[in-house]
Design a protein around this ligand. Structure first.
Ligand code: ADP
Length: 230
């Protein structure tokens, strides 16, 4: 089976000594999986996400994402790797308010060197797929939370990343918008997108994940395949 994430005895210590904040942890995530990472505050969820995204480096072990060993890459190489292979969606969307929806979505494609025309075509395709084409020329500030998260997910997918990382994607949304985003993530995973989502939202984990790991004190306390109600 093709693995999108391979963590081999990965540990992260922030203070250089003592007990690691995460690990040592060995974990594979296969292509097509949707993995929910749950656990109490301080259990290591963000640390894990940052290591997989190449936003931080482990103290020990090997991090391989999309077939590439990333824990020894330079900052510059990591930034390029992230743009090309990883899409990220956050709790507070992180959209640029002075760019239109279309321009927000296109931006990562333009940054990786796609032509204006190709970027526009891909953005158009995603807006249609995610049901936000009527907002193409709007500014994010005019949209509801659920719509903004759809735009953020479209932007995350514009470069066809091997991996979509979502950090509390429903955390800032009301119930109806949260459901909307859960439906979207489920739909994307069904279409083959590999997803890792960090969440406190148990409904999100139950409905959108094919597998859940529960972290306690930096270790995997539970690793459960989920037969989501689909
Ligand atoms: P979670 O996302 O589950 O709340 P974190 O990964 O943020 O957990 O934190 C795991 C542990 O590492 C906690 O004890 C936290 O205090 C510590 N930690 C996280 N980031 C840092 C940092 N930048 N410097 C020092 N300690 C950190």
């Amino acid at each position: 089976m093709q693995q999108v994430i391979e963590l081999e005895r990965v540990a992260k210590r922030y203070d250089g000594s003592g007990r690691p904040a995460l690990g040592p942890l060995t974990l594979d995530v296969a292509k097509g999986e949707s993995l929910a990472v749950t656990g109490p505050s301080g259990s290591g969820k963000s640390t894990l996400l940052n290591l997989v995204a190449g936003l931080d480096k482990p103290t020990e072990g090997a991090v391989t994402v999309a077939g590439r060993r990333i824990d020894r890459l330079s900052e510059h190489a990591l930034a390029k790797f992230r743009r090309e292979h990883i899409g990220m969606a956050f709790q507070f969307f992180n959209l640029l308010d002075d760019l239109t929806v279309t321009d927000n979505i296109q931006l990562p494609a333009r940054l990786t060197g796609a032509s204006r025309r190709d970027a526009a075509a891909r953005a158009g395709q995603l807006m249609e797929m995610l049901g936000i084409q009527k907002h193409a020329r709007a500014y994010p500030g005019r949209l509801s939370g659920g719509e903004r998260q759809r735009v953020a997910v479209a932007r995350a997918l514009v470069n066809r990343p091997a991996l979509l990382l979502a950090d509390e994607p429903t955390g800032a949304l009301d119930t109806a918008s949260g459901q909307d985003v859960r439906d979207l993530l489920l739909e994307l995973n069904r279409a083959g997108q590999t997803i890792v989502l960090v969440t406190h939202d148990l409904a999100l984990a139950r409905e959108c994940a094919t597998r859940t790991i529960h972290l306690v004190d930096g270790h995997v306390a539970l690793d459960t395949p989920v037969q989501a109600v689909r």
